[in-house]
Design a protein. Sequence first.
Length: 126
Amino acid sequence: MQSTSGYLYMLSGAAVVWKSKKQDRVTLSSTEAKYVSMTLALKEGLWLQTLLEETKLMPRQSLLLHCDNLSAIIIAKKLKHSEKTKHIALKLQFIREMVQEGKEELIHVRTQYQWVDFLTKSLPAS
């Protein structure tokens, strides 16, 4: 079953960019699904950051990427691949480079405080 990725970018307390999308492929774990979602969010964030910088609306600063999957954050900060992550090596390297260069900061948030869940979770029937 394919997972759903979602992200939301806030600027001065207002939502400016958001997206919900079925992932292109089936992932092997929830951690991998979160990692794929983080990659999608980071690519969009870099575009938004460049737009804001070029229009002089905001100077370049680190993107704050909130994620409720601690394993995905740990994998992003590791410098080596493992047996379990070698099949997603390219996506891993992209996020790791952004973290190491200071362009992105990963922040763990508890699931109940994850704002983008409304983009990725089904609503109750009632």
